[in-house]
Design a protein around this ligand. Structure first.
Ligand code: HEC
Length: 93
């Protein structure tokens, strides 16, 4: 498992964005996020999740409240993945 993470992090840093989203998709699927959510949940809402920073915060909130063992950069990757698929915010570095 740990070895797999190492290999994946190496891959992530060296190959395309596509692979990054693919890995985030796996993380997302493995964490059963969709046991509570449907795609409809993931859309910008005025006053709530209306920018990329807030998106990363709610992903973290859900990660912690469900005891999901992602590293911070994995959580960020999942936020980017959801942003790419649904929210379409401008990402801030
Ligand atoms: C036990 C149920 C549950 C699980 C599992 C869960 N969430 Fe959530 N999630 C919630 C609830 C409740 C909210 C708050 C909804 C609200 O306030 O509108 C929320 C909100 C969110 C939002 C903000 C939605 C929006 O635009 O308002 C995102 C993004 C999100 N969760 C991502 C995730 C991710 C990623 C995972 C998997 C790591 C996950 N959630 C797992 C219950 C869950």
């Amino acid at each position: 498992m740990f070895k797999r993470i190492l290999i994946i992090s190496w891959l992530l840093s060296s190959i395309s964005l596509f692979a990054q989203y693919q890995e985030a998709e796996e993380l997302f699927d493995d964490a059963s996020c969709m046991s509570c959510h449907t795609e409809v949940d993931f859309s910008p809402k005025i006053g709530k999740v209306d920018n990329f920073k807030k998106l990363t915060q709610v992903v973290d909130a859900c990660r912690f409240s469900n005891d999901i063992t992602w590293f911070d950069d994995e959580s960020l990757d999942v936020a980017k993945y959801l942003n790419h698929l649904y929210y379409k915010f401008k990402e801030k570095k």
